[in-house]
Design a protein around this ligand. Structure first.
Ligand code: FAD
Length: 362
């Protein structure tokens, strides 16, 4: 940081944005204090509940074109950033073997519609191809044999989100960042207010996700539910999406024979536990992907809220002494590299500020 740039920076919220930003700013030479309302590990953040897919093509059919653009940036940026992290684990934080979209033979029109929508949104989409039953067997030998067609989205990736949160925390601490947990705060220009005192900084950055909701900012929570299972009976190389007329299920492989399964996007801020109906839908759809899941052990049923603005697009608001970043919705891992790069560029006052027109549009 040069003498004109903020040196002492407080970040409110140690979820995905807060941790990533703290780490990047420490690397740029700032002094950073990170405040978290809950525990630092395990974290109450949406980023902890998330599946960690980085899937620009899959998301393109349900999002603005800008989400796709920022997603392509994420696929380039994550491997570079992750290579700068020190993590002793043998399992990689990021894997990029594409994702596979399948449908049961009676639902094959869902696949065709998905491909048509890709062409409609992206005109000439690249990085996907149809795969036959034999190719599906080669790609994912443990899947049910009955899938006759699929789509391979070749460049998509996924991240081990829970390990990433821990690795980032460790990196922030070893880089000299101060991390304060169980400390809910409010933010204003240059000021962090805790239950017991007020502290001033050159700059405060609000990354509280749903914790930043207030009547003025029109932030809303979109409920998501996940099922975590463990089984040694089946191995998947990549995330698999199952297209179905009533719901879309995704399953993401995680280390230690674990899998995260999700489907639901519910317009509700209810954080109560998963309903019986949701758990039945998730587990029966999972069983149709492969009967080998029958013996899987259920480890966890997770619920969290995705922070979203009314247009489902991310936003960064800036005023002297305060920046607020929010609205990453269902795309946190897809959009965080763009949002963090933009904020760091603003703080360093570089001539080029990536994605400025998208992130400050409203
Ligand atoms: C079920 C589910 C699945 C998902 N899957 C994916 C996926 O596959 N791919 C993808 O890209 N995205 C996914 N997401 C979305 C992603 O998790 C979010 O977009 C992302 O976590 C948002 O990041 P954030 O840092 O803004 O918020 P969060 O990660 O929620 O972090 C906010 C942090 O602020 C803290 N906080 C709140 N209030 C205060 C306060 N007053 N003081 C201090 N701290 C406070 C919170 O405790 C939390 O730790 C998923 C989300 C859910 C719920």
């Amino acid at each position: 940081m040069n003498s004109k740039q903020p040196n002492s920076i407080a970040i409110a919220g140690a979820g995905l944005l807060g941790r990533l930003l703290a780490w990047r700013l420490l690397r740029a030479g700032a002094r950073v204090t990170l405040y978290e309302a809950g525990a630092l590990s395990p974290s109450p953040a949406a980023a902890f509940t998330a599946a960690g897919m980085i899937s620009p093509l899959s998301e393109a059919v349900v999002s603005e074109y800008a989400v796709y653009e920022m997603g392509l940036f994420a696929l380039r940026q994550w491997p570079q950033w992750l290579s700068e992290l020190h993590h002793p684990s043998l399992t990689p934080l990021f894997s990029q073997r594409g994702s596979l979209v399948v449908a049961h033979p009676q639902d094959v029109s869902e696949l065709q519609q998905f491909a048509q929508e890709l062409h409609f949104v992206l005109q000439k989409p690249v990085g996907y191809r149809w795969v036959t039953r034999e190719e599906i067997r080669q790609l994912e030998p443990d899947l049910h044999e009955g899938f006759h067609n699929g789509l391979l989205l070749e460049d998509e990736g996924h991240i081990d989100n829970r390990q990433l949160l821990d690795v980032l925390l460790n990196e922030i601490r070893t880089s000299g960042g101060e991390c304060i947990e169980h400390c809910p705060v409010t933010v204003s220009a240059h000021t962090i207010t805790t239950k017991t005192d007020q502290r001033t900084y050159d700059l405060v950055i609000d990354c509280r996700g749903m914790g930043a909701k207030n009547p003025a900012n029109q932030l809303r929570g979109v409920r998501g539910e996940t099922l975590h299972v463990e089984t040694r009976e089946i191995t998947l190389q990549r995330p698999v999406r199952l297209m179905h007329p009533r719901y879309q299920l995704y399953i993401v492989p995680k280390p230690d024979h674990r899998f995260v399964i999700g489907a639901t996007q519910i317009e509700s801020e209810d954080r109560s536990p998963v309903t019986l109906q949701s758990s039945l839908e998730l587990s029966s759809a999972l069983y149709t992907l492969s009967p080998a899941f029958a013996e899987a052990r259920i480890l966890e049923l997770g619920v969290n809220l995705r922070p979203a603005f009314m247009d489902n697009m991310p936003k960064v608001d800036s005023q002297p002494g305060l920046m607020c970043a929010n609205g990453l919705f269902r795309h946190g891992f897809l959009l965080a590299p763009a949002v963090v790069s933009y904020i760091v560029a603003c703080i360093q006052d570089t001539s080029e500020k990536p994605f400025q027109s998208i992130l400050t549009a409203r």
